[in-house]
Design a protein around this ligand. Structure first.
Ligand code: GLN
Length: 466
C-alpha cells in the first residue's frame, strides 16, 4: 500500500469505512510528512497540537456507528477561515495573535462531519496576492521546485496537498486564489458559484467576489468537500439554493482571441493537448468570443481594492488584533495600521480608497461596476451555447521567488481567473501536465468555467480530464 498520506480523500474514506485504516493512522502519516517537509516548505503556519486527539475522537465516533465520508479525514485550513479557539492570522502581523471566537459555517459543517484539522496554512496577507510572497511570515515554497512560488493566495493549502502533508485543504478565492496555486502546485482547485458556500467566518476581502473552495488531489475529492460545505446559511444572506443545473450538451467553448494575450507557448501546447483529450472523450471544442474578457483584470483591480479597503477599515487598532497606542486616537489608528499591514495590503487600501473617493467614484468604481454587468451578460450568453468555457488557469507556470517584484507583473497572472469571481460563475482548475524550467517539471492547469449552479458539469469534465 502507498503511504497513507498519499491517499486521496475518496480512497482514504473507503479504507476508513472498511476498517482497513484508522483516522489516527492517517493523521500520523500526515504529521510525519509535515515533520519532514514543512520546515523548508513553510506551508503550515501552525500545526495543531491536538491533531491526534481529534483523530482519536473521530475513530471513537466511527466505533459508535457514525459513517460520514469525511469522518476522520485529516485536512488543512487556510489561515483566514475561523476555527473557534484557534489563532487565525490571515498571515498578517495585524492578526498574529488573534484567536477566533466562533467557527466559520464551512468549519462547523466539517466538524459535524468529523474532519480532523491538522493546522492552518500560509497565504498572502489577507488573501492579497497570487504567489504567497505577501505573507508576513515568509513565502510558502513550491514542492516541485522550492526556489519557486506556490501561487496564491491559498499557496500553503496548495502546497500541503501537493506535498501530501494533508489529504485535502480549504482555501478562499476572490480572484483566483484557489485555482492559481492549485495549477502551480499540480492539484485540483475549485471555486464554487458565488453564494453556494457561506462566507460566514471567512475573513472578508472582496465581499462580492469571495468564496471558500477546496484544494484536493482529485476532482472527486473536490466534489466531496464542496458537497460537505455548501448550502444556504442564515448567517450569510448572499447564500442561495442553487438550481441543480446540468448542461445538456458536450460543447466546450474556447475564447481563442483572449488566448492571444501573453501565454507562454509551452502552456498553450499543454492546453491544446488537454482539449484533444476532451475531444477523444466525446466533447466538441468550439471557438467562442468573449469580447470584454480582456477588460476583466482592469475591472477586478478596481472592484477588489474598493471592497477590500472597506472591509479592512475594521482593523483600527481598537477592535481586533494589533493595537499600538499613540498620542491621539488618530495616531492609534495610523500607527496600528501602518505597522500591522504589509506593503501590498497598504497599496490596495490606498487604491480602493482612491477609486471610491467622491471625485473619482464615477470614473473608476462606477465604470467598473457597469463593465462587470457586461461581462456577466457575455458569460451567460456564451454559457447558453456551450456547457463550459476553457482557458489555461494562468498564462505561465510558477515563477522564482522574488522574480516579480513589480506588483503589476504579478497581477497579470490573474488574467483568466478573475472573471469567474466578477460574474459569480463556478470554475475549476485541473492539472494538465507540466512544463520544464531549469531542470524542474512545473505543473500547469486548465480552467473550466460553467453556468451558475452547474458545478456538476465542471466535476464531470474535470473527471474526464483525469
Ligand atoms: N491574485 C489575486 C489577487 O491578488 C487573487 C487573490 C484572491 O483570490 N484572494 O487579488
Amino acid at each position: 500500500m502507498s503511504n497513507l498520506n498519499e491517499l486521496s480523500i475518496t480512497e482514504a474514506s473507503k479504507k476508513l469505512a472498511a476498517g482497513e485504516v484508522t483516522s489516527l493512522q492517517l493523521t500520523e502519516a500526515c504529521l510525519a510528512e509535515i515533520e519532514k517537509r514543512n520546515g523548508s516548505l513553510n506551508a503550515y503556519l501552525e500545526v495543531f497540537a491536538d491533531a491526534r486527539e481529534q483523530a482519536k475522537a473521530a475513530d471513537s465516533r466511527r466505533a459508535a456507528g457514525e459513517s460520514h465520508p469525511l469522518l476522520g479525514i485529516p485536512l488543512a485550513v487556510k489561515d483566514n477561515i475561523l476555527i473557534e479557539g484557534r489563532t487565525a492570522s490571515a498571515a498578517s502581523k495585524m492578526l498574529e495573535h488573534y484567536v477566533a471566537t466562533y467557527d466559520a459555517t464551512a468549519i462547523k459543517k466539517l466538524k459535524e462531519a468529523g474532519v480532523v484539522f491538522l493546522g492552518r496554512t500560509n497565504m498572502d496577507e489577507f488573501a492579497m496576492g497570487g504567489s504567497n510572497e505577501n505573507s508576513a511570515f515568509g513565502p510558502a515554497k513550491n514542492p516541485h521546485d522550492e526556489s519557486r512560488v506556490t501561487g496564491g493566495s491559498s499557496g500553503g493549502s496548495a502546497a500541503v496537498v501537493a506535498a501530501h502533508m494533508a489529504l485535502g485543504a480549504l482555501g478562499s478565492d476572490t480572484g483566483g486564489s484557489v485555482r492559481e496555486p492549485a495549477a502551480f502546485c499540480g492539484v485540483v482547485g475549485f471555486k464554487p458559484t458565488y453564494g453556494a458556500v457561506s462566507r460566514s467566518g471567512l475573513m472578508a476581502m472582496g465581499s462580492s467576489l469571495d468564496q471558500i473552495g477546496p484544494l484536493t488531489k482529485t476532482v472527486a475529492d473536490a466534489e466531496l468537500l464542496f458537497n460537505a460545505i455548501c448550502g444556504v446559511d442564515p448567517l450569510d444572506s448572499t447564500t442561495v439554493q442553487l438550481p441543480a443545473a446540468k448542461a445538456d450538451n458536450k460543447k466546450i467553448g474556447v475564447p481563442r482571441a483572449l488566448l492571444a494575450q501573453g501565454i507562454e507557448p509551452e502552456v498553450l501546447a499543454q492546453f491544446d493537448q488537454a482539449l484533444k483529450k476532451l475531444q477523444m472523450q466525446g466533447y466538441e471544442i468550439v471557438d467562442i468570443s468573449l469580447p470584454s474578457a480582456g477588460l476583466a483584470l482592469a475591472v477586478y483591480y478596481i472592484i477588489m481594492p474598493a471592497e477590500s479597503s472597506t472591509n479592512l477599515a475594521r482593523f483600527d487598532g481598537v477592535r481586533y488584533g494589533l493595537s499600538i497606542k499613540g498620542e491621539t486616537l488618530l495616531d492609534d489608528y495610523a500607527t496600528s495600521r501602518g505597522e500591522g499591514f504589509g506593503p501590498e495590503v497598504r497599496r490596495r487600501i490606498m487604491l480602493g480608497t482612491y477609486v471610491l473617493s467622491a471625485g473619482y467614484y464615477d470614473a473608476y468604481f462606477g465604470k467598473a461596476t457597469a463593465a462587470r454587468e457586461v461581462l456577466r451578460k457575455e458569460f451567460s450568453a456564451a454559457l447558453a451555447e456551450v456547457s463550459a468555457i476553457a482557458t489555461p488557469t494562468a498564462p505561465f507556470p510558477a515563477w522564482k521567488i522574488g522574480e516579480k517584484s513589480d506588483p503589476l507583473s504579478a497581477y497579470l497572472a490573474d488574467i483568466f481567473t478573475v472573471t469567474a469571481n466578477l460574474t459569480g460563475n463556478p470554475a475549476v482548475s485541473v492539472p494538465m501536465g507540466t512544463v520544464a524550467r531549469d531542470g524542474a517539471d512545473l505543473p500547469v492547469g486548465i480552467q473550466l468555467t460553467a453556468a451558475h449552479g452547474d458545478e456538476a458539469t465542471l466535476f464531470s469534465i474535470g473527471k474526464a480530464l483525469e
